[in-house]
Design a binder for this molecule. Structure first.
Ligand code: DGL
Length: 267
């Protein structure tokens, strides 16, 4: 099928986390038209049940694809991807790229053979994570911890609010205080919100830890899948679309602009 140069890339998350995927994608494909969708009415996903997410995400993606006719959709959310990626793929007739915990690179990088997976509560309990750990880290101790507070910290940071330093410290303690945690050398940021607070995590860490996430890899995947397709000659303003537009969304405007998202829409 012939793709118009104006057909956008669609990024989807519960909130601002997907910006950590959009950022590297914009660096590789600077003129790509972009729609960034956040399910603010359903936020946060990490404390929801599998059934709630499985019911919500494919339906929303369907509506977004109908409205914006993207060339490709990126589920820029580990929680939604580990639960609903195959259902979304089955429901849409465009390519769908998911975001799953960067366990493979972590296993390659860990010298101590102990690494952590820091995600949402919903993500860290997924069988998808068991499979990735068994496939790539079978000789490693894989510690897991879910933090809803760290998701809120990332949202607050992008709204320009003052940040509570105990949140990053507590999230890391959730891994470091487990048996074997004293040997952990690598932490997978298995929620797309967490790379947005990587600086706060690094400051809170009692010793140097290597943080890994999938943003750059996903950007390369998008570029690969669209390599035969035309792009506009110059960048155009992107649109951020929210399922609920309120004061919190307006407070994000400056941060969204830094990612080229000039317009705000309601779904
Ligand atoms: N950013 C999402 C993720 O990657 C979920 C955050 C949330 O809504 O709890 O898992």
């Amino acid at each position: 099928m012939k793709v118009a140069s104006t057909a956008p890339l669609l990024f989807f998350d519960s909130g601002v986390g997907g910006l950590s995927i959009l950022g590297p994608a914009r660096e590789l494909l600077p003129t790509a038209p972009v729609i960034y969708a956040a399910d603010s009415a359903g936020f946060p996903y990490g404390t929801k049940s599998e059934a709630e997410i499985a019911a919500r995400v494919p339906a929303l993606l369907g509506r977004l694809v109908e409205r914006y006719r993207p060339r490709l959709a990126v589920i820029a959310c580990n929680t939604a991807s580990t639960i609903a990626l195959s259902a979304v793929r089955a429901a849409l007739d465009i390519q769908v790229v998911g975001t799953v915990p960067a366990i493979k690179p972590a296993a390659l990088l860990s010298r101590s053979r102990v690494f952590g997976v820091l995600g949402t509560d919903a993500t860290v309990r997924q069988p998808y994570v068991d499979r990735l750990a068994a496939e790539h880290g079978s000789d490693c101790l894989v510690l897991r911890h879910g933090s809803a507070a760290l998701v809120q910290l990332a949202e607050a940071k992008l709204r320009g609010e003052p940040l509570d330093p105990t949140i990053a410290r507590d999230a890391l303690s959730g891994l470091l205080d487990q048996p074997g945690g004293d040997r952990m050398d690598v932490v997978v940021l298995a929620c797309t919100h967490f790379p947005l607070v990587e600086a706060e995590l690094a400051v809170a860490a009692p010793r140097p830890l290597l943080f890994v996430h999938g943003g750059e890899g996903i950007a390369r995947r998008i570029a690969y899948l669209t390599q035969e397709q035309p792009w506009p000659a110059a960048p155009s303003p992107g649109t951020a679309v929210f399922t609920q537009v309120d004061g919190d969304v307006h407070a994000l405007q400056d941060a969204l602009r830094q990612y080229g998202l000039e317009r705000i829409d309601a779904l």
